[in-house]
Design a protein around this ligand. Structure first.
Ligand code: HEM
Length: 407
């Protein structure tokens, strides 16, 4: 991937076309992507380009000539000022370069695997409590009964938000899921109201932890300092809001995706129950094959050459994590679901400077769920067809009826 002017790359007009908004492609994307991957690393799309091979996606995730497209997408949908705009525009996922490095340096100590592991007992208790609510029925609607609650409760627990306020966080989190999507414009009033309410709550929380430090994430973010530098109040709000919109919807969809995959491969579910040591690798295999975050959007700051194609400055570039994770050049039998397979690392947590800040927490969360659920929900099976969320960067079931044997 050299500078465009140093080589003669082909013009994008000749690149294969991927109609990523075509309902037929949405319904069954794999054959379309597999065919494209054989022919090209880059495809044109109705809104820019998609990079679909793992090698190029991996490299571009760390390339400073591509920056976050979030501020642009937010403005393009009419959100140009106010609390929501400020929160999104200064969130860690939307900033780049030295500004981004500074914020990541200040907060990284709060997101280590050790910091995440401290919350495992609480995660285990939450999983059991939610399963207790439906275990005797022998069936559940997994999204409403489990996935809508567990990830947001974990984030609240980690932040130090008291139990009685978890439902408020879940409501704000539901509205904020539109913040990262192309549906922000259509849901603007609802998202702005949630952002206002969250902002007021976070102000109060931050002031309280400044006065009365506790052993929680809000306190460590408030205290985070390096060489006399600290996060401002707006940065604290953006970070806490960002944890909610980046950490809630992703994990709830990833859990739903996981359970659908296991229903389709009951042998792997039985194996998970029999061999809890296989859980960490199972989490990676789920995230590789059915990752909830399918692509991350960027904007090219200058002309780039990728896989022989010239991508002009200003192009919206979707880095397709889902396609990369099934790239047959890297993964043997990429469509097989095998929780014991030793594989190259998947890209569902992204890569480079924006690599998922909550990856250790998400892993711990998924591992705790996939340790307890196979034990408590034996012989898991679909109890009807799931319904799916389509056409967004984050994908997963919106309803997932399940049946299981009562233990
Ligand atoms: C299975 C669940 C999750 C998946 C699949 C996931 C995936 C991702 C991906 C792909 C990115 C990179 C976005 C980009 O490059 O533009 C990202 C960033 C991020 N994630 Fe996650 N995530 C998950 C869970 C979480 C959790 C639980 C948290 C925190 C509570 C979290 C917080 C963040 C934050 C703050 C960023 C922005 C980091 C930055 O821009 O420097 N994520 N995540």
């Amino acid at each position: 991937m050299e500078r465009a002017d140093a080589i003669s790359a082909r013009a994008l007009d000749d690149a294969p076309f991927l109609d990523r908004f075509d309902p037929a492609v949405e319904a069954d994307p794999e054959p379309v992507y597999a065919d494209l991957r054989r022919r090209t690393a880059v495809a044109r799309t109705p809104i820019g380009v998609a990079v679909i091979r793992r090698q190029e996606v991996h490299q571009l995730l760390g390339d400073p000539r591509l920056i976050s497209s979030l501020p642009h997408l937010v403005r393009a949908q009419g959100v140009t000022e106010g609390n929501l705009h400020d929160m999104l525009a200064s969130s860690v996922i939307a900033i780049d370069g030295p500004e981004h490095t500074r914020v990541r340096r200040l907060v990284s100590r709060s997101f280590t695997p050790r910091a995440a592991d401290r919350h495992r007992p609480a995660m285990r208790a939450l999983v059991d409590e939610l399963v207790d609510g439906f275990a005797e029925r022998g069936r559940c609607e997994f999204v409403a009964d489990f996935a809508d609650h567990y990830p947001v409760q974990v984030i609240c627990e980690v932040l130090g938000v008291p139990r009685e306020d978890h439902d408020d966080f879940a409501r704000w989190g539901d509205a904020l899921t539109y913040a990262l999507s192309l549906e922000l414009g259509a849901h603007r009033a609802e998202v702005e109201a949630a952002s206002e309410a969250l902002g007021a709550y976070v102000d109060h929380l931050v002031a309280d932890r400044r006065a009365n430090p506790r052993d929680d994430l809000v306190t460590s973010l408030v205290q985070a300092a390096e060489d006399g530098d600290r996060l401002s109040n707006l940065e604290l709000f953006s970070m806490i809001g960002g944890l909610l919109f980046a950490g809630y919807d992703t994990t709830r969809n990833q859990l739903g995706q996981a359970l659908v995959a296991f229903c389709r491969h009951p042998d792997q579910w039985a194996r998970l129950a029999a061999e809890p040591a296989s859980v960490p690798r199972a989490v990676d295999e789920v995230m590789r094959l059915v990752g909830a975050v399918r692509a991350v959007p960027r904007v090219a700051l200058e002309d780039l050459e990728v896989g022989g194609w010239l991508i002009p400055s200003g192009t919206l570039v979707m880095l397709s994590l889902a396609s990369s994770n099934r790239d047959e050049a890297v993964f043997d039998d990429p469509l097989d679901f095998d929780i014991t397979a030793e594989r190259e690392a998947h890209l569902t947590f992204g890569g480079g400077p924006h690599y998922c800040l909550g990856a250790s927490l998400a892993r711990a969360e998924m591992e705790e769920a996939l340790t307890t659920l196979p034990r408590r929900l034996p012989d898991l099976r679909l109890d009807g067809e799931p319904t799916w969320r389509l056409n967004t960067g984050i994908s997963g079931p919106t309803t997932l009826p399940l049946a299981f044997d009562v233990a």
